[in-house]
Ligand binder design. Structure first.
Ligand SMILES: NC(=O)c1ccc[n+]([C@@H]2O[C@H](COP(=O)([O-])OP(=O)(O)OC[C@H]3O[C@@H](n4cnc5c(N)ncnc54)[C@H](O)[C@@H]3O)[C@@H](O)[C@H]2O)c1
Length: 241
């Protein structure tokens, strides 16, 4: 019989993170979620396969406490998915150091903390494990006023290949760079859809399926240190106006 598998995800209370959490739950995994959105966490049905934890990924104590609860509840860890992020646009000359620092703390230090204190738990297992870091196409391309977010997302790509070197062959580490992914109940115009080479914006399911593939040792066991753009072709479309 297949050993029960355990994954943890940050920012799993809504949208992409929630979709990824449900993808794993529906495929028989045990799932731990850490998120700041207490209300969103409460909306999950109570299940012995799901642990929800209200906490901030940029807080070292909260991250350690979360992993303590994951260990006592599930006894092991196989996969970490770093997903929680903040961002937004602000004129560069209005951006304060505090605003810059908060984005870096959550989007980059949070990813580091989750790996730093989760990897020892993965290493306790006899088998292999995986880390999947959600980055963004904004790691690779920009619009004005997105310095902190873009820098954090590009930093995640560096963290990803560094960790792949440090943690192989036991743990594979990859990143996913989504383009425009529609939130739950978000509706956009036909023009916004059709600008994509595939004729539509992305769905939460598009991301969840790629992440699930990257967590699967049998299907993606030869892939590590990489990042995967999933954007309906937008970063391959040349736009001069
Ligand atoms: N939606 C998109 O179009 C898109 C595109 C590219 C990349 N992404 C990336 O995908 C990921 C998910 O995006 P989303 O659109 O679902 O975001 P979202 O804002 O809808 O959800 C993010 C979740 O993270 C949680 N969170 C934020 N800060 C936290 C913290 N300090 N500690 C714990 N939890 C925290 C929030 O409470 C929320 O539940 C992010 O990494 C984002 O950068 C999204």
């Amino acid at each position: 019989m297949q050993q029960e598998r355990v994954m943890v995800i940050t920012g799993g209370a809504k949208n992409i993170g929630k979709g990824i959490a449900l993808e794993f739950l529906n495929n028989g995994w045990k799932v731990g979620i850490i998120d700041l959105d207490e209300q969103g966490l409460k909306e999950f049905p109570i299940s012995e396969d799901l642990l929800t934890y209200w906490g901030d990924v940029s807080d070292e104590c909260a991250v350690k406490d979360f992993y303590g609860k994951v260990k006592s509840r599930f006894g092991r860890l196989d996969v970490l998915i770093n997903n929680a992020a903040i961002g937004g646009f602000k004129d560069f000359l209005q951006l304060s150091v505090a605003e810059w620092s908060r984005v870096i703390q959550v989007n980059l230090t949070g990813y580091f903390l989750m790996a730093r204190f989760g990897v020892p738990l993965i290493l306790e297992n006899p088998g292999t494990g995986a880390i999947i870091n959600i980055s963004s196409t904004r790691a690779l391309m920009s619009e004005p006023g997105n310095e902190a977010y873009s820098a954090s997302k590009a930093g995640i790509l560096g963290l990803t290949h560094a960790l792949a070197n440090s943690l192989g062959p036991k743990i594979r580490v990859n990143a996913v760079c989504p383009g425009w992914i529609l939130h739950e109940d978000e509706i956009i115009s036909e023009k916004e859809h059709s600008q994509h080479l595939v004729g539509r914006a992305g769905t939460i399911k598009d991301i969840a399926q790629l992440v699930f593939f990257l967590a699967d040792e049998e299907k993606s066991g030869f892939i590590t240190g990489q990042h995967f753009v999933i954007d309906g072709g937008m970063t391959k479309k040349m736009i001069y106006l």
